[in-house]
Design a protein around this ligand. Sequence first.
Ligand code: NI
Length: 253
Amino acid sequence: MFIDSHAHIQLSQFNRDRDAVLKRAHEAAVSNILVIGFDMETSLGAVELAEKHSHIYATVGMHPHDAKDLTSDVLKTFRELAAHPKVIALGEMGLDYYRNLSPRSVQKVAFEQQLDLAEEMRMPIIIHNRDAYVDILPILEARQGRVRGVLHCFTGDVELMQRSLAIGFHIGIGGIVTYPNAKDIQAVAREVPEDRLLIETDCPWLAPQFRRGKRNEPAYVRAVAEKITTLRGASIKAIGEVTTKNFQKLFAC
Ligand code: NI
């Protein structure tokens, strides 16, 4: 069994064949899918899917790209949605210094406001980071012991992994680990302690090597698990079991 801990199957890219996508995930032994919101519309879409399918869970949050849209009204709605039984985490939230689609100062305010909400609701968080460890890690370190969650689609090196582990965070490994040049992420996937490892697709983006450049989907989380199996010299069954256990513990589901 495998759990895709980060998928965006509420998006229109899946409107034509969502049921077939879910069927393929089931056939690939993907037992649960966490559908991640990244603005108001996709958060509502995630909750709607989770209401329809017992094995699907949802998150609500505002991506740093759209940080400027996190008004007090939106925050209020997120607070209400966070109480929904199928909403098991907040995010994705964080900082993105690669595309800078919102000014950095605005990104930081939206990030801190969502961290406050996570503390208030005692919920785990999904962190998006791109070229922003320099600010994200100190922000999380300042709240150490009060926030927990996953650094999704981890793309740092082993040193950054160690700092992330020290603040109690989990490491989300996605399709990039299957790319031949992804040496840093492969080293992280080898060395991350097994009780902090999660697997994900980030679909429809970041398809693994065998589908690279095409639409990604939850069934392909298996390719991520297979690559990690090779890197760690473990069995695929063990990787499936440990990542499933980690997910259930972190998100209390
Ligand atoms: Ni994502």
